[in-house]
Design a protein around this ligand. Structure first.
Ligand code: MGD
Ligand code: MGD
Ligand code: SF4
Ligand code: MO
Length: 718
């Protein structure tokens, strides 16, 4: 008789982080259901969640390591031990000959916390380079740097529970209905109970369809709107002067700065009717509790950091932060991007929300890793884009890519391809054999998938969920953390990378408690996590699984602050002064504006039933039926003007390259704008890759590229 058992885990797709239950029999997952006890989804799952186990088996998995004897030839399978030795030997040779900065790492928000921690430890502590980037640079870097400047530390101050109590949702640059579907269900439950839903987006997406008021903004003009709303809140007497006085600094300059954003001018810049701007300001001002949710529409911009600052300004000015039902809530893209940010896998980061640029942080981590003081370097790079440029220039000679597919997902991707071609050594570590990036690899290492190993993932609201192992990895595939640890050992760092289980790695991570930011997972042991998910800050002996509000001055996870008069403030932000900081951020146009030759604005993004580069969802019949193929959305007036009909092949051309996609004529986009999903790439046909076209100008603070806005021409293919 067939016996089945159940294991608990987390959905490996979006940053909502839904709990799942896998029904397993004879090394196969038979069924996936939502975990009714999980505080994120209470049993609900979207289409991707329900089907998430289907890509584990018979889906083109990489079951062995592969090595290419020369560029461009077919790779040959190798034993995993031999491939790990070869990887280590070649990395070590480059390190010895050219020094630490000849090596680079490009990693992912879809790896477990343990793998993210180890790769950063290897890069910064042992190879001793800060050349480590992750796909979060394309995703959450702006939200992270914005939070740090406004509130002192990365990560949202509130939690999903705010959604059950708020009176108004201000959703800007986020298509929650498609990209965070189960969280959006929670939003809609609250809307049914009377809360308002404001949606700001240039595209009338599925989220906008449910809005109480939809603002179809001109792309790239969000700063004018955000400043304009604060202008009206001030004029309407809807700010909270007591909160501003006690918990913030920098307000002095705001009223005069905001004078430049009267509603008539904001309407002119943004294309939103003045009455709507006034209405939304009135609603926000009158809402007892209100929260904002944003994602790539604001982050993927050359002013991404400023967007987060402008949102924080609104919350600090209305005192709607750090209390149930209110706060600036940046939604995370990938299932463990929050974990990666906490581990410091973007540029200068160190574990526990630390940075190589801060001496005390370096000393703490040097001691934790038992390396001499002064080992950690302070020279830092300028992001993913420039890392691939340094490869092209020959400065970086090796790149180890784990759990990400940059040949398709980095803007202006020709630079990525040229960088990989110029590098002496390209290592990819992926769960699947056929990916666009694997085509450029010298060594390919087979990673186990989420359900094939133990580990932890942390979602948008700082909630840690344990992934139990459900099945064995196929062939010689191995958990990512273990491949990293073994390569590190072979490189000569065995004293610091010998771990027998992921639990050992996690025990080390728990030491990274940071009393400055409140980052604290000391109380979230593997033993406890096996029973239930836990939200940080979580101090040892803490009994609550849920810790929904940060920056409380209770002296538990964060240092307690005392005022000169001996009193204790209720809230202390992670800034030097302990106050939230107002930052006046003027509206500036995007960096690449349309002109007569490239007269349209291209917007790119996601569809509900596919995931990024399709290595997983593209193999699932149910999902392919729902979102079958690529397209470009064009407004009917524009289509008429350039003579394009439904399904015609359209050439989308920019200064950098072109793609050819079938037309969908749609009023969802504004006139002058077009939209294409970026899911379908080289494996699905020629000229599909939209990142041939996109541009790679970056935000000067976060180094996040402006993926949501570039100038293109459109023409019917003849
Ligand atoms: N189904 C599905 N879900 C996913 C993913 C997936 O691949 N598939 N990926 C996950 C990841 S990693 C991420 S980062 C998230 C992304 O989640 P989202 O950011 O919600 O998704 P996107 O489609 O990238 O774009 C969001 C919205 O930004 C809008 N936008 C473009 N330009 C502007 C602008 O100038 N101003 C404003 N206000 N809005 C603008 C777009 O029209 C779009 O509606 O989704 C996660 N969830
Ligand atoms: N034009 C445009 N481009 C974009 C965006 C956009 O909005 N527009 N969004 C950007 C954003 S926000 C993001 S997050 C990136 C995402 O970009 P990527 O990270 O490049 O996209 P994925 O397809 O998720 O790539 C994950 C890779 O890891 C592999 N993999 C999956 N699970 C595992 C595992 O457990 N172990 C290992 N070793 N490998 C695994 C998959 O097979 C796949 O090859 O794209 C960015 N690019
Ligand atoms: S909402 Fe996100 S985490 Fe939840 S089931 Fe869907 S894809 Fe998975
Ligand atoms: Mo993302």
């Amino acid at each position: 008789m067939m016996t089945t058992h159940k294991v608990k885990s987390v959905c490996p797709y979006c940053g909502v982080g839904c709990g799942i239950v896998l029904e397993v029999s004879e090394n196969r997952v038979l069924k996936v259901t939502g975990d009714k006890e999980h505080p994120t989804n209470f049993g609900r799952l979207c289409t991707k969640g329900i089907t998430c186990a289907q890509a584990i088996a018979e889906s083109g998995r990489m079951e062995h390591a592969y090595i290419r004897s020369a560029r461009g030839v077919e790779p040959r399978p190798f034993g995993i031990d031999e491939a790990i030795r070869e990887t280590a030997k070649r990395l070590r040779a480059i390190l010895d000959e050219h020094g630490p900065d000849a090596i680079s790492f490009y990693v992912s928000g879809q790896m477990s916390l343990e793998a993210q921690y180890l790769i950063n430890k290897l890069a910064k502590g042992f190879v001793r380079t800060n050349n480590i980037e992750s796909n979060s640079r394309l995703c959450m870097a702006s939200a992270g740097s914005g939070y740090k400047l406004s509130l002192g530390a990365d990560g949202p101050p509130g939690s999903y529970q705010d959604m059950d109590r708020t009176n108004l949702f201000f959703v800007i640059g986020a298509n929650m209905a498609d990209c965070h579907p189960i969280l959006f269900q929670r939003v809609l439950d609250r809307v049914k109970a009377g809360a308002k839903l404001i949606v700001v987006d240039p595209r009338r997406n599925a989220t906008a369809d449910k809005a109480s008021l939809f603002m179809q903004i001109k792309p790239g003009t969000d700063l004018a709107l955000l400043n304009g709303l604060l202008h009206l809140l001030v004029k309407n007497g809807h700010t909270d002067p007591a909160f501003i006085a006690e918990f913030t600094s920098g307000w002095e300059v705001m009223p005069s700065f905001l004078e430049d954003y009267p509603p008539d001018q904001v309407s002119e810049i943004t294309g939103i009717p003045e009455a709507d701007i006034r209405q939304v300001a009135q609603w926000i001002g009158e809402s007892h509790e209100w929260m904002s949710c944003w994602t790539m529409g604001l982050n993927q911009s050359t002013h991404g950091t400023w967007h987060t600052n402008a949102i924080c300004n609104l919350h600090l000015a209305t005192g709607a932060i750090c209390r149930p039902g209110s706060g600036p809530f940046s939604l995370t893209g990938q299932p463990n991007a929050m974990g990666g940010r906490e581990m410091g896998y973007i540029g200068p980061g160190l574990p526990g929300q630390r940075s190589v640029l801060v001496e005390a942080d370096r000393h703490f981590i040097e001691d934790m890793w038992s390396i001499p003081r002064g080992s950690l370097r302070t020279e830092v790079g300028t992001g993913t884009i420039s890392m691939f440029q340094s490869m092209q220039a020959g400065e970086i000679k090796a790149c180890w890519i784990i759990c990400t597919n940059p040949v398709t997902t980095v803007p202006n991707r020709k630079n990525v391809i040229a960088g990989l071609q110029a590098a002496e050594l390209v290592i990819t570590q992926d769960a699947f054999l056929e990916t666009e990036t694997n085509r450029y690899a010298d060594i390919m290492l087979p990673g186990a998938l989420w359900s094939e190993a133990e580990g932890v993932m942390i979602n948008s609201e700082r909630n840690l969920t344990f992934m139990q192992k459900a099945v064995n990895p196929p062939g010689e595939a191995m958990p990512d953390w273990q491949i990293i640890a073994r390569v590190a050992c072979e490189m000569g760092f065995a004293a610091s990378f010998t771990y027998s289980t992921s639990a050992d790695v996690y025990l080390e991570i728990q030491k990274a408690w940071n009393p400055k930011t409140g980052y604290d997972i000391r109380g979230a042991s593997y033993e406890r996590l096996r029973e239930t998910s836990i939200q940080w800050p979580c101090a040892p002996d803490s009994e609550d699984d849920r810790n929904p509000i940060r920056y409380l001055n209770n002296g538990i996870s964060q240092n307690r602050k005392e005022n000169a008069d001996g009193t204790h403030p209720r809230l202390v932000f992670a800034t030097e002064s302990g106050k939230g900081i107002f930052l006046a951020r003027p509206f500036l146009p995007p960096s690449e504006m349309p002109n007569s030759e490239y007269s349209f604005v291209l917007n790119t993004g996601r569809l509900q039933h596919q995931w990024h580069t399709l290595t997983k969802t593209g193999k699932i019949a149910m999902l392919n039926k729902l979102n079958p193929g690529p397209f470009i959305e064009i407004h009917p007036e524009d289509a008429l003007m350039i003579g394009i009909r439904e399904k015609d092949l359209v050439e989308v051309r920019s200064r950098r390259g072109h793609a050819v996609l079938p037309a969908v004529i749609s009023e969802r986009v504004r006139q002058g704008n077009c939209f294409a999903p970026f899911h379908w790439n080289d494996l699905y046909g020629e000229n599909l890759a939209i990142n041939e076209v996109t541009h790679d100008a970056v935000d000067p603070i976060s180094f996040q590229p402006e993926l949501k806005f570039c100038a293109v021409s459109l023409a019917r293919c003849t």
